[in-house]
Design a protein around this ligand. Sequence first.
Ligand code: X6L
Ligand code: MG
Ligand code: MG
Length: 175
Amino acid sequence: MTAVYLGLGANLGDRFGYIQEALRRLDRADGFRITQLSSLYETEPVGHVQQGPFLNLVVEGVTDLTPRALLAECLAIEKQLGRRRGRRWGPRTIDIDLLLYGRRRLQAPDLVIPHPRMKERAFVLVPLDEIAPRLVLPGGETVRGLLRNLKNKDGIKVVEGRVALADRVFGSRYF
Ligand code: X6L
Ligand code: MG
Ligand code: MG
């Protein structure tokens, strides 16, 4: 069993509906179980700034899937939830990024772990710090340390706390 962290984002259509459905489908997938949710954040778009605001959160899970099998599951759920691949970094119904897989490093054409942009993204580091402040990355950095060095932590606000969110998505299940 390996501890993994996923980043979810949505900025098209019923953003919360897509996030909620993605969380439920991930948790139901064979070989993967959610162990913690961050709060839900509304965040200003980064990259292509001419698009609507995102809802973002980070999920902690445990898995006995390989990184590649877990990636395939994430991509399948994106597809089920209507994601269309348009221009790079364009708007999406749901994006599920594999951020960290234990302390492993992986560099393949279609899968790079740790996620190459996570270390400078407030919309990843702020929610990750909430659920795993002392987490150590493969390079030895802590999430808390990366966040301390981050220049721009603006444009992100909590829209629902983690307890209320977990209750809304998973009912009375205890994390
Ligand atoms: C220069 C060049 C500056 C590229 C930034 C930043 C590219 C972020 C891609 C960049 C650049 C990304 C989300 C988002 C995207 C999200 C919010 C990406 C991929 N995904 N903005 N922008 N949340 N707030 O999940 O992360 S596109
Ligand atoms: Mg992404
Ligand atoms: Mg992605």
